[in-house]
Design a binder for this molecule. Structure first.
Ligand code: NDP
Length: 472
């Protein structure tokens, strides 16, 4: 393919970097690549670069001097101190007006700090959230850029041609100042944790409580994926159940250890939500369940202490399975609702000025949490950009009115069958708490005032009050 005149340097040829380079080059943009380990560069150039407009640099100086001015450089390396070290090595080589882009999963506060440092040299900085894994990076990811609008405009032509497209529109938009892009990516991952936990619980319920086989599960998830539940995570789940195990026969899912790993982005979401005082309980729960899954020895021992015969559901299975699908959908709405509530608050506190309809729009394609439900979320925020909560939207609110009853029924059955559905249950508790105009926090205030003179407000008059509880 011939060059469009655009050019970019990419540092890092791991899973994401390699695939993004191929995606960029396939759109006619010249790419100069550099990777810390030279063998990886050599291998990439021999096996993948082929006739594309890609050339390799053997050190950073060669990369930088070979790029057209003002330069654009995408860092696609492991998040953390590696990014700081790389910036330290790059800065002496850059000139004012050059653009540095961090496409990794960097912690948003690091992005703000790095932008300040890079701008001291007169350079531009863009914190770019990328979602979609290697496949997305290769054929169209969802891109979440934040930083100065000048930085975004510089890279916009490339971002728009490589991003996934839905309805002809690229899944990328300028999100806001500083760390807005990495913040939105962090919450994306938090929602992803929540959705994965909910889907895993549906699997648990169907396997343990109803005895479904992997083939039956694959069929069911395929059917669910043709309903309002449609989404990438459901789609891959259906495929996972049918994957054969090449090592020992049977199905691979049954040979995978039940211990979930993580790289920390879900935990960052929970910690930041606590800092901002925004409840995201399904995401917290998902994080907690990944930790709990690691206690496999304890779980085995304790199961031995409390062993009892398996309880299998004896009622009408088809009806229960339909209800489970609806319960799952309801809990998913509540999980997206938590993520968007957090984005709304963060947008105010960190002055990102996020357009939540645009956030939902760019999540409809390319990313891991893409789902049919996002269309309704886009519409909800387009109608009312200041929507207090997704549950205040008439369409989604109406859906939850019936779904929460079904969610309740499914949870009751699961409790009787002793199948833990903590994410589904937490989503319901979130809903029940949020729709309680009165919560027992008056008692908590009374206790606080009793032992610590922390004062309280009253329902019948303004002001701050304190009672001497032992004497008055
Ligand atoms: P990989 O582990 O596949 O590759 C890591 C890359 O970082 C390699 O090129 C490696 O170079 C380079 N690197 C690591 N440490 C250093 C260092 N100290 N100095 C210079 N280069 C270094 O990672 P991914 O491609 O999967 O991820 C890259 C970034 O993208 C991460 O921030 C990740 O969180 C994020 N991301 C990943 C997604 C995924 O699905 N994998 C999805 C979305 C974002 P070397 O070959 O020399 O080791």
């Amino acid at each position: 393919m011939t060059s469009t005149g655009n050019s970019i340097g990419v540092i890092g040829l791991g899973e994401m970097g390699r695939n993004l380079v191929l995606n960029i080059a396939d759109h006619g943009v010249s790419v100069t690549v550099f990777n810390r380990t030279p063998e990886k560069t050599k291998d990439f150039m021999e096996r993948e670069a082929k006739s594309r407009p890609i050339r390799a640099a053997s050190h950073l100086t060669e990369l930088i001097t070979g790029l057209r001015r003002p330069r654009s450089i995408l860092m696609m390396i492991s998040a953390g101190s590696a990014v700081d070290d790389l910036i330290d090595n790059l800065l002496p080589l850059l000139e004012p007006g050059d653009l540095l882009v961090d496409g990794g999963n960097s912690f948003f506060r690091d992005t703000d700090r790095r932008e300040r440092k890079v701008s001291e040299k007169g350079c531009l900085y863009l914190g770019l959230g990328v979602s979609g894994g290697g496949f997305g990076a290769r054929y169209g990811p969802s891109l979440m850029p934040g930083g100065s609008s000048q930085a975004y405009e510089r890279l916009r032509p490339i971002l728009e041609i490589i991003a996934a497209r839905v309805g002809g529109e690229p899944c990328v938009t300028y999100l806001g100042r500083g760390s807005a892009g990495h913040y939105v990516k962090m919450v994306h991952n938090g929602i992803e944790y929540g959705l994965m936990q909910l889907i895993a619980e549906a699997y648990h319920f169907l396997k343990q409580g109803l005895g479904l086989t992997n083939e039956e599960l694959a069929g069911l998830f395929t059917r669910w994926n043709e309903t309002e539940l449609q989404g990438y995570l459901l789609e891959i789940t259906a495929r996972i159940f049918l994957q054969k195990d090449v090592l020992s026969g049977g199905q691979l899912i049954d040979h995978i250890l039940d211990q979930a790993g993580q790289k920390g982005t879900g935990r960052w979401t929970s910690i930041n939500a606590l800092e901002l005082g925004i409840p995201v309980p399904t995401i917290d729960l998902a994080e907690m369940m990944r930790s709990l899954s690691g206690f496999s020895e304890e779980r085995r021992n304790i199961q031995g202490l409390f062993r009892e015969p398996p309880r299998i559901f004896q009622g009408e299975r088809k009806r229960l399975i339909d209800q489970l699908g609806q319960a799952l959908y309801g809990a998913m709405i509540l999980t997206y609702g938590q993520g968007f509530a957090l984005l709304r608050k963060a947008s105010q506190v960190y002055e990102y000025d996020l357009d939540l309809a645009e956030v939902a729009r760019i999540w409809r394609g390319g990313c891991i949490i893409r789902a049919a439900l996002l269309e309704k979320i886009v519409t909800a925020y387009r109608i009312d950009p200041d929507l207090m909560h997704l549950l205040s939207d008439p369409v989604l609110g109406d859906e939850i009115k019936s779904l929460h009853q079904i969610l309740r029924r499914v949870i009751k059955t699961a409790i009787d069958l002793a199948v833990p559905l903590p994410g589904l249950m937490t989503s319901l508790l979130y809903f029940d708490s949020l729709r309680s105009a009165w919560l027992p926090a008056n008692l908590i205030q009374a206790q606080r005032d009793y032992f610590g003179a922390h004062t309280y407000g009253r329902v019948d008059r303004p002001g701050i009050f304190h009672t001497n509880w032992e004497r008055d």
